[in-house]
Write a protein that binds this ligand. Structure first.
Ligand code: FMN
Length: 329
């Protein structure tokens, strides 16, 4: 990523770095841009590419068997000498084994999500790791602060993947979390452009976590059908569903319509579980079945019209960040 230095924005960005941003300092990275952990997308290729660009790449442990996670961590260490981390959604099995592998492999940063921040924070910090936890409300952000996490990711309702039930948007969530916590704060949900990143930072975030935009990159491990589909989505094509189980934003395809029908006949939890139990997320995002599979993506997909290399996404983000100015009024 040496050519970033020649880029127009380099001087301004260096100023940004020299201001000792809380996130760049905490994770020893160059830019306060975190690539979200994403099931079926964020293996070692994506994580190392982002880290090599000066952001923080996260391997998504959620869709990996323990031995696959270990292999991804080892390959990531070979592919980058920059910091990277692992995202551990606490919804999935084998959690203790996953944490053990993270410790054995010498990972330095963990982002936990979908669970209690108290469960692993102290254990990991005692071993010298930095821990961030993902929340979707100010109430839970305050719980994270009590649990002693090093950083908090506040994720708005726009975001792809699992989300909160309250439907609080990033625009409303970030200032409120900022008002109540003093820990380093990372905004997530609806950020794919540098202007959106700047807006989030003006609202009080110290950095951003980006999922959907990195899902449609060459380095993401998702199926090509799915990456192409992301570039064709429009406003209104995604919806937050499964609020009774684990709320998740997904594309309104045949599978989504089946879920809606189940709702219409009386919100039968067992049918929902049976329907999801058939590995629908893998079928959609990893195996490329655009109708029968579960397709998780954020509202911001409407702004994504090309599958790009990570390096280009990064360059665009930095340029747009620099270009974003207040209009006169
Ligand atoms: C395909 C997909 C898979 C995701 N998987 C996970 C996951 O495994 N763990 C997690 O904490 N968040 C997951 N998320 C949420 C992201 O980590 C991130 O917070 C979110 O994508 C940010 O919003 P954006 O999509 O608008 O950028 C996922 C999001 C997407 C789009």
């Amino acid at each position: 990523m040496g050519n970033f230095i020649d880029f127009n924005t380099a001087r301004k960005l260096q100023e940004m770095q020299s201001q000792q941003n809380k996130i760049t300092e905490l994770f020893s990275i160059k830019y306060p841009i975190i690539q979200a952990g994403m099931i079926w997308h964020s293996g070692w290729r994506l994580a190392s590419a982002v880290s090599n660009c000066g952001g923080l790449g996260l391997i998504g442990a959620g869709s990996m068997y323990p031995d696959v996670l270990r292999e991804n961590i080892q390959k990531c260490k070979q592919a980058t000498d920059k910091p990277f981390g692992v995202n551990v959604p606490m919804l999935y099995p084998n959690l203790d084994e996953v944490i053990q592998i993270i410790l054995e492999e010498g990972v330095k940063i963990v982002f936990t999500s979908a669970g209690n921040p108290k469960t692993y924070t102290e254990t990991l910090q005692k071993e010298g790791l930095k821990v961030a936890h993902v929340v979707s409300s100010t109430k839970f952000a305050m719980k994270c602060e009590d649990a002693g996490v090093d950083a908090i990711v506040a994720e708005g309702f726009e975001a792809g993947g699992h989300n909160g039930r309250d439907e609080t948007t990033t625009f409303c969530l970030i200032p409120n979390v900022r008002k109540h916590i003093s820990k380093p704060l990372i905004a997530a949900g609806g950020i794919a452009l540098g202007s959106q990143m700047k807006a989030a930072m003006i609202l009080g975030a110290d950095g951003v976590q980006i999922g959907s935009r990195f899902a449609a990159t060459l380095e993401a491990s998702a199926h090509e059908n799915w990456k192409k589909k992301i570039t064709e989505l429009h406003e209104g094509d995604t919806h937050l569903t499964l609020k009774e189980l684990a709320p998740v934003r997904m594309v309104k395809n045949k599978f989504f319509n089946e879920l809606e029908e189940i709702y219409n006949v009386g919100r039968n939890k067992e049918s929902l579980i049976a329907s999801l139990g058939r590995a629908r997320a893998k079928r959609g995002m990893f195996e490329g079945d655009m109708e029968e599979g579960e397709l998780e993506i954020g509202q911001v997909s409407a702004l994504i019209d090309e599958v790009l290399p990570v390096e280009t996404v990064f360059r665009n983000l930095l340029q747009e960040f620099e270009d974003a100015k207040m209009p006169n009024f």
